[in-house]
Ligand binder design. Structure first.
Ligand code: S3P
Length: 434
C-alpha cells in the first residue's frame, strides 16, 4: 500500500493516539507470568502487540478480548506450556527480546522467529547474558540471529550484568529471567533507557532495587493487577512534529504517556523553539498528560548523549522537524538507529534527501542543514513503520504531491494514523494510492 500526501496549511484539533506499544507488550507478558487475573485497558491493538498476545497464548495464557483495547489475561503461568510450533514475532523486536528473557527461565524449549527485518536484527545482546544465567540459546549466526531456539533452565544463575548498550529490551530480558534465578540479578546500563519494565514489575509485586543505573530484581512470583495503558508518546511525536512544522497548526494529543525516560522528543522540540504545553497531568502508574503544540519557527540543535535513549524511536520524525528548522541539526551517539526495523540513519538520509532535504549520514547519526524547501517526490519506507509516518509528515509540508511507498507497516504501531492526520487536516491530506 502506498500513501499519497498533499501539503496542508492548517492542522487543528484534539486527538488521542493509540496505547503505548512498550507498555502494552509488557502488560501482556507480565499478565501471562502472573498468578491471578490481569485486566488491561488501552492495550495497543497493533500488529506488533498482537504478536505478543498470540505468543502468550501459545505459551498457555488464557486471553479474552473484552472490547476495544480491553483484555483479560489469566496468568498462573510461571510454568508456561511448551509451545507446539515456532513463535513468529513478526516485526516486533520487543516481543522477541522480552520473550527470550521469559523463556530462559522456563523448563521447556521454544523457537522464535520473525519477519525479514527482525531476522536481520541483533539478538546476541540478549542471548549472551541469558546464556551466562544458564539458558541454552542456539540458532543462526552463532546464536545471534532469529530463528533462535531457547531451552530454559530453572533456577537460572544469579548474575550482575553490565550491558554495553542502553537498551530497555536487553535490560528487560535479563530482569524477567531474574524472576527465575537462584538469587538477586542486577543489570547496569550505560545510560538510562525506558523504565516501563521496572515500574510494571513493582506494580505486579516484584521486589526491585534501583541504584542509579543499576537495577536489581529478586526472584519471585508476579501477581495480576489492572493496567491502564496511556497513549504512546512515540505515536504522539508524529502529531507534535506536524504541529510544529505546519504553519497554521494547533494540536492537542490527549492522554499521552509522559514517562520521563520517553519524553526526549518534547525536550528536543522545545530546544528547537517549539512550545509544548502539558495539561491534565496524572501521575498514577505511568504518568500521562495532554500535549498541545502550535506551529512556529524552529532552530537547529544538537541531539546527543543521554538524550538519545529518551528519543531513540523519534529520530525519524525529529529529522523532519530539523529539515524545516533554521540552521543545522546534529544527531550523534545514535548508532543504535542502524539496527532498528531498518538502518534508520541510511534510510532517513536517503528518503528525506529525495524530498530535497540536505541530510548527511554519519556513522552514529545525521547532520541536517535545515531550511531547504521540501519538494514532493516518491519515497519509500523500506517497510519501517516510523520511516513511513515520518515521510507522511514531511509530505504535509512539501511542495506538490508526495507518494510514500510501503505504508502497510504503519499498522505495526499506529493503526488509524492516516485517519488521525486527516481529522486534523479537516480533509483528505493522506489517501491510498489506487
Ligand atoms: C523498546 C525499546 C527500544 C525501542 C523499541 C521499544 C521497548 O529498543 O527502540 O521501539 O519496548 O523496550 P532497544 O531496547 O533496542 O533500545
Amino acid at each position: 500500500m502506498n500513501f499519497r500526501v498533499r501539503p496542508v496549511n492548517r492542522l487543528r484539533g484534539r486527538i488521542a493516539v493509540p496505547g503505548d506499544k512498550s507498555i502494552s507488550h509488557r502488560a501482556a507478558l507480565f499478565g501471562a507470568l502472573a498468578e491471578g487475573i490481569t485486566e488491561v485497558r488501552g492495550f495497543l491493538e497493533s500488529e506488533d502487540c498482537l504478536r505478543t498476545i498470540t505468543a502468550i497464548e501459545a505459551l498457555g495464557a488464557d486471553v479474552t478480548r473484552k472490547g476495544a483495547g480491553e483484555y483479560r489475561i489469566v496468568g498462573g503461568h510461571r510454568e508456561m506450556l511448551e509451545p507446539d510450533d515456532v513463535i513468529d514475532c513478526g516485526n516486533s523486536g520487543t516481543t522477541a527480546r522480552l520473550l527470550m528473557g521469559v523463556l530462559a527461565g522456563q523448563p521447556c524449549a521454544a523457537t522464535l522467529t520473525g519477519d525479514a527485518s527482525l531476522r536481520r536484527r541483533p539478538m546476541g545482546r540478549v542471548a549472551e547474558p541469558l546464556r551466562l544465567m544458564g539458558a541454552t540459546i542456539v540458532g543462526r549466526a552463532d546464536g545471534s540471529r532469529l530463528p533462535l531456539l531457547v531451552r530454559g533452565a530453572r533456577p537460572l544463575h544469579a548474575i550482575a550484568y553490565d550491558t554495553p548498550v542502553a537498551s530497555a529490551q536487553v535490560k528487560s530480558a535479563v530482569l524477567l529471567a531474574g524472576l527465575f534465578a537462584d538469587g538477586p540479578v542486577t543489570v547496569t546500563e550505560p545510560a538510562a533507557s525506558r523504565d516501563h519494565t521496572e515500574r510494571m514489575l513493582r506494580q505486579f509485586g516484584a521486589r526491585l532495587e534501583i541504584r542509579g543505573r543499576s537495577i536489581t530484581v529478586a526472584p519471585g512470583d508476579l501477581h495480576g493487577v489492572s493496567v491502564d495503558v496511556p497513549g504512546d508518546v512515540s505515536s504522539a511525536a508524529f502529531m507534535l512534529v506536524a504541529g510544529a512544522v505546519v504553519r497554521d497548526a494547533r494540536i492537542t494529543v490527549l492522554g499521552t504517556g509522559v514517562n520521563p525516560t520517553r519524553t526526549g522528543v518534547i525536550d528536543a522540540l522545545e530546544a528547537m523553539g517549539a512550545n509544548v504545553v502539558q495539561g491534565d497531568v496524572t501521575q498514577e502508574g505511568e504518568p500521562s498528560a495532554s500535549l498541545t503544540i502550535a506551529g512556529g519557527p524552529l532552530t537547529g540543535i544538537i541531539i546527543a548523549g543521554e538524550l538519545i535513549p529518551r528519543l531513540i524511536d523519534e529520530v525519524p520524525v525529529l529529522a523532519v522537524a530539523a529539515a524545516m528548522a533554521r540552521g543545522t541539526t546534529h544527531i550523534r551517539d545514535a548508532r543504535e538507529l542502524r539496527v532498528k526495523e531498518s538502518d534508520r540513519i541510511a534510510a532517513i538520509a536517503r528518503e528525506l534527501g529525495r524530498l530535497g532535504a540536505a541530510v548527511t549520514e554519519q556513522p552514529d547519526g545525521l547532520v541536517i542543514e535545515g531550511g531547504q524547501p521540501l519538494i514532493g517526490a516518491r519515497v519509500s519506507s523500506g517497510g519501517d513503520h516510523r520511516l513511513a509516518m515520518a515521510l507522511v509528515i514531511a509530505g504535509l509540508v512539501a511542495e506538490g504531491e508526495t507518494v510514500v511507498e510501503d505504508t502497510a507497516c504503519i499498522a505495526t504501531s499506529f493503526p488509524g494514523f492516516a485517519e488521525a492526520i486527516n481529522a486534523l487536516a479537516g480533509g483528505a491530506a493522506v489517501t491510498v494510492e489506487p
